[in-house]
Design a protein around this ligand. Structure first.
Ligand code: SAM
Length: 482
């Protein structure tokens, strides 16, 4: 007999824990504005995932979020007339998770669909599970054709790039302008792809040799790789850096190679005369401060680290703990320092608050939260910080302006406007020190440097050096703040 006893129901397929954790993370990011990198570790440990499931859950959550724009375009084309706004947001997150597995991870369709549908049934009920099943089957049927489908159904190349590489259109436009200024106008797709490729963990050797750090990595059964840009960096190919005591003790630190290059330029660019007092005007959370402080301690230099946000100053304090005798902390607005301490510092770093469009690889959800309208306030602040830093610099010293953004308004234009309003200030050549310090040539925009994730495997950092001559201090701009 093939008849089921009364009351019999099919055994519910249990949800896969790694997928459930990834789904919960997506919900938190998309409903509570949570940051995936902050919430995931806690979720993974509460679910008691083993190491490989933890890695899978993290990959699922990050990959799904990073390419969310692409998944949404596919889902919209497979929902038979429903718009994204018509779809239950919980089902939409599940569909995105399924698309990532089908298209990017190349999970066999039966596994990707069945696991996602099981999750939908267990979390949201049978009705939604049926809808999820139908949409994912349609996505899967065309799984090798999606790039062409989207290319043929978007109105312009810019729209296609934005959708396929999952970036807001205004960001694609900003990157295109910046690349054009760097003579790379046809290469935006490479940068968009790099923004969707997770960054390798780079370690800075602050008070430890690279050889010693590599030996510790091997003893911890992790693997290292050679650096791409900075000779003293070590890349961690696998494993959690915080399991390494040199990282826990602060003698090594997680720091992008571009950021390490900036720290090296601050300490090594040549200046004439006294060299005893350095200012890190925008220090939080203190990655560059710590690397700079390690050199300063060896040379008997005092570092002053300023940061207006108390909780970020706490992070600076933690990061510079091994050099607490070398670094003095200041909680305040960098724009006040020029008037308070004119002609005082031998070297100044203005690592300015910026849009962060150069670091999109790091935070999978960040690109959707940024707004083009924020740029005006940022560029105003950047200019004011630069004015203040110039006043605080002693003639002949080093002033380095940096951003983790390639946006022209925050880089080239801030510098051009500063030079125009500041009699006596000149643009120095930062490319010479950068190229002397780097393992391979860095891209230059004239005498400034612009790094790119696709070429240099770093965040897209910008660096400009400003010179102040002995006669210039009398021309230093007064504060522009009202
Ligand atoms: C790009 S982050 C600096 C990163 C840091 N140099 C590092 O390597 O870890 C910019 C910092 O500038 C701070 N900031 C914002 N407004 C500021 C102001 N008016 N004066 C000084 N710093 C400011 C922000 O709070 C933020 O911590």
């Amino acid at each position: 007999m093939n008849e089921r006893p009364a009351g019999w129901v099919p055994r519910r397929q249990s949800s896969n824990y790694a997928r459930l954790v990834a789904y919960d993370a997506l919900r938190a990011v998309n409903t509570e504005d949570a940051y995936a990198n902050l919430i995931l570790p806690g979720m993974v440990s509460r679910a008691r995932l083993n190491r490989s499931d933890a890695a899978f859950a993290t990959n699922l959550a990050y990959g799904t979020l990073r390419l969310q724009g692409r998944w949404d375009a596919m889902i919209a084309r497979c929902s038979q007339g429903r718009t994204l706004a018509d779809i239950d947001p919980r089902a939409l997150d599940l569909l995105r998770l399924g698309c990532y597995q089908l298209i990017e991870l190349k999970t066999p369709p039966h596994a990707a669909i069945n696991e996602t549908v099981a999750l939908a049934r267990n979390e949201l009920g049978q009705g939604i599970a049926g809808f999820v099943n139908a949409v994912l089957r349609r996505v899967s049927e065309r799984r090798n054709a999606w790039r062409g489908i989207i290319e043929n159904s978007t109105a312009s190349r810019e729209e296609f790039l934005a959708v396929w590489h999952s970036h807001p259109r205004w960001i694609v436009r900003q990157l295109e302008s910046s690349l054009a200024a760097a003579g790379r106008s046809t290469e935006v797709e490479a940068v968009l792809e790099a923004n969707n490729t997770p960054a390798k963990v780079a370690l800075a050797c602050r008070n430890i040799s690279p050889e010693h750090l590599k030996a510790r990595i091997e003893r911890a059964k992790m693997t290292w790789e050679d650096p791409y840009l900075v000779p003293s960096a070590v890349l961690l190919a696998s494993g959690d850096p915080h399991r390494l005591w040199p990282v826990r003790d602060g003698v090594a630190g997680v720091q992008d190679e571009g950021s390490q290059l900036i720290s090296a330029i601050v300490t090594e660019a040549s200046i004439s005369g006294k060299d005893k007092s350095w200012l890190d005007m925008c220090a939080g959370p203190g990655g560059k401060t710590a690397t700079i402080a390690a050199t300063a301690a060896r040379r008997g230099v005092r570092v002053f680290a300023n940061e207006p946000q108390a909780h970020r100053l706490d992070l600076v304090e933690e990061n510079i703990a091994p050099w607490a005798d070398t670094v003095a902390l200041r909680e305040g607005d960098g724009r006040d320092i020029g008037a308070q301490e004119p002609d005082s510092y031998d070297r100044i770093l203005v690592d300015a608050p910026c849009s962060g469009l150069g670091a999109l690889r790091r935070r999978p959800e960040a690109r959707w939260r940024k707004k083009e309208s924020d740029l005006a306030a940022l560029t105003q602040l950047q200019g004011e910080l630069l004015d203040s830093a110039y006043r605080a610099l002693r003639p002949g010293g080093l002033l380095l302006y940096t951003t983790c953004s390639p946006v022209l308004a925050e880089t080239r234009d801030v510098i051009a406007a500063f030079l125009e309003r500041t009699a006596g200030a000149e643009l120095g050549d930062v490319t010479v020190t950068a190229n002397r310090r780097a393992l391979r040539p860095v891209a230059s925009r004239g005498m400034t440097v612009q790094l790119w994730p696709d070429i240099h495997h770093t965040d897209a950092m910008y660096m400009a050096r400003i010179l102040k001559s002995a006669s210039a201090s009398e021309f230093a701009p007064a504060s522009r703040r009202s």
